[in-house]
Design a protein around this ligand. Structure first.
Ligand code: DER
Length: 234
C-alpha cells in the first residue's frame, strides 16, 4: 500500500464518524483532501444529508465548493460537532505538529472550536516527541521585521540548537499565508523541552501570530499502517 493509499484509508475511516446534520471542520493537506472528497461523495449518494462544512484554508474551500459541500464559517457556527484533519507529527499523548502545508492558523481556530477533533495520519507521522524528527516546526508571524522575529524565536531555543528559516515559494519570494502572514520554520537539533512552556514562550513574542504545536486538542487519532488501521480515543 502506498502512503497515499494509507492516507485515504485513514480519511475514509474518519468520515464514518460524520453524521447527517453535523457542522464539520474540513482540514487541509493531502490526507484531509481524501476526507473532504469522501464527504462530498456521500452527500452526492444521499448517504449523508444536511452537512455544513467549515474549511480551514482557501484551498479546502475551493475543493469543497467543487464538490457541492455547503459551507459556512466560525462567525455563523462558533461550535462545531467534528473536525477531520491531517498532521505532520503525532506523539504518544496525541500532541501534534501541523502547518507544513501553511494553514495552521485557520486549522487551529477551527479545530479548537470542535467538540471532537479527529486526526488522520499514515504511520509515518508517529514520533516519540514533537520536533524530534528534525523537520519543520512552523510559526506564523507578521511580515513586519520578520528577521527580528526569526532571531528572537531562535534565541528562545538556543539550547536545543534551534535554527529558523523563512518559508519561501519556489520562486524564492516569502510564502504568504491565507491570512497575509509569513511562516518561520524552526528546526531543532535536540529536544525543545516542555511543550507547553515552549508554546507559551513562542506566543509571548510580539509579532508571532500562532505556531504549529496543537497540544491537548486531538480527541481521536486514526493511524493507517501496513498492518491495518487503528482508532485511538483520548
Ligand atoms: O499543514 C497542515 O497542517 C496539514 O494538515 C499537515 O499537517 C498534514 O498534511 P498531509 O496530510 O499532506 O501530510
Amino acid at each position: 500500500l502506498s502512503q497515499d493509499e494509507l492516507k485515504k484509508i485513514a480519511a475514509y475511516k474518519a468520515v464514518e464518524f460524520v453524521e447527517s446534520g453535523m457542522v464539520v471542520g474540513l482540514g487541509t493537506g493531502s490526507t484531509a483532501k481524501h476526507a473532504v472528497a469522501r464527504i462530498g461523495e456521500l452527500l452526492k449518494l444521499g448517504k449523508l444529508k444536511n452537512i455544513v462544512g467549515i474549511p480551514t484554508s482557501t484551498i479546502t474551500h475551493e475543493q469543497a465548493v467543487s464538490l457541492g459541500i455547503p459551507l459556512s464559517d466560525l462567525n455563523t457556527h462558533s461550535i462545531l460537532d467534528l473536525a477531520i484533519d491531517g498532521a505532520d507529527e503525532v506523539d504518544r499523548e496525541m500532541n501534534l505538529v501541523k502547518g507544513r502545508g501553511g494553514s495552521l492558523l485557520r486549522e487551529k481556530m477551527v479545530e479548537a472550536a470542535c467538540k471532537k477533533f479527529i486526526v488522520i495520519v499514515d504511520e509515518s507521522k508517529l514520533v516519540s516527541h514533537l520536533g524530534g524528527s528534525g523537520l519543520a516546526m512552523p510559526v506564523e508571524i507578521v511580515p513586519f521585521c520578520w528577521e527580528f522575529t526569526l532571531k528572537r524565536l531562535e534565541m528562545l531555543f538556543i539550547e536545543a540548537g534551534c535554527v529558523g528559516k523563512l518559508r519561501r515559494t519556489v520562486g524564492g519570494e516569502p510564502y504568504v499565508t491565507d491570512n497575509g502572514n509569513y511562516i518561520i520554520d524552526l528546526y531543532f537539533k535536540s529536544d525543545m523541552g516542555d511543550l507547553k512552556a515552549a508554546s507559551d514562550a513562542i506566543l509571548r513574542l510580539a509579532g508571532v501570530v500562532e505556531h504549529g504545536m496543537f497540544l491537548d486538542m486531538a480527541t481521536t487519532v486514526i493511524v493507517a499502517g501496513k498492518l491495518g488501521v487503528s482508532v485511538t480515543n483520548k
